[in-house]
Design a protein around this ligand. Structure first.
Ligand code: HPA
Length: 282
């Protein structure tokens, strides 16, 4: 009974958020882009039509993390209609996982067909180095709560959605092609999401490595699951900002992650922009 009520409340909350957005813009995006660390000023590339601060959307989760802004930015990027999330909320901030994925679902309800996820991660694969970009080919969700727990919201998708191809093969091909054209040595791999906020211990990183993970972070997977549930095509690129605990000899700091993300930003912007430009033609 409890979960039944919760799922109804969640759907009503989503519809109410959509109403708030629709009062300000009737923009229908093709691509939804989540900007991870370092990509905060990505919007500079966009012909902006409308900006909606999250704080102006009723009951919308607002991030408390330093360096994370909170806006939806609507506009065109080389002719492609796009909505960007400038800032996302994380599970470790204390939101329910259903609230963490609400902004993603909302972009799906606005009409976005493609979800492009970006993030910062710690590298586990010993072939990686700080500053590398990893296209996400698959994920491990087992260390974060599943966002679909609770009575299923039938209006969004099915109870037991398939997760065989979360990262859409056609979108992945576009990213690979773009990396070659841009001269970027794109890595590929499996991303594991932890809850955070503590970084992992070296033993945890060894475990993730044994399980087949190439990079670790505190976001993205729950978002990809929620988007796949509602039929969006998903892709993602992770900026490896540091080598993970125990692989790197140094203690990890948020400042180090942010500094690496800022340094990688120009190239990150390039591959994301060029990939989205091509995706607009699919
Ligand atoms: N672990 C988890 N999340 C991260 C890391 C890390 O090493 N680097 C950037 N985000």
């Amino acid at each position: 009974m409890k979960s039944e009520i919760n799922s109804k409340i969640m759907y009503e909350k989503l519809q109410n958020c959509l109403k708030c957005v629709r009062k300000k813009t009737d923009f229908v995006p093709k691509v939804a882009l989540v900007l991870g660390s370092g990509l905060g000023d990505f919007a500079d590339n966009i012909d902006v039509e409308c900006i909606i601060p999250y704080s102006e959307i009723e009951n919308f989760p607002v991030s408390s993390v330093l360096g994370h802004k909170g806006n939806y930015i609507f506009g065109t990027l080389n002719g492609v209609k796009i909505v960007c999330m400038q800032g996302r909320v994380h599970y470790y901030e204390g939101y329910t996982v259903q609230d963490v994925v609400l902004p993603i679902r909302l972009m799906g309800l606005m009409g976005a067909e493609i979800l492009f996820l970006t993030n910062a991660s710690g590298g586990i694969n010993s072939g990686f180095k700080a500053g590398d970009f990893m296209m996400i080919t698959d994920h491990i969700s087992s260390f974060a709560p599943n966002p679909l727990i609770g009575q299923n919201i039938e209006e969004l998708g099915t109870r037991f959605p398939d997760m065989s191809n979360v990262y859409h093969p056609e979108l992945c091909s576009v990213i690979e092609e773009t990396a070659i054209e841009d001269g970027i040595d794109l890595k590929k791999g499996v991303y594991v999401q932890t809850t955070g906020p503590s970084f992992e211990s070296p033993a945890e990183i060894q475990m993730f490595k044994l399980l087949g993970a190439d990079a670790v972070g505190m976001s993205t997977v729950v978002e990809a699951i929620a988007a796949n549930h509602m039929g969006m095509k998903v892709c993602g690129i992770s900026c490896v900002c540091n080598m993970a605990a125990g692989i790197s000899p140094n203690p990890l700091t948020h400042a180090e992650v942010q500094a690496a993300a800022t340094e990688a930003a120009p190239l990150f912007k390039k591959i994301v922009t060029d990939s989205i430009t091509k995706m607009g033609k699919l």
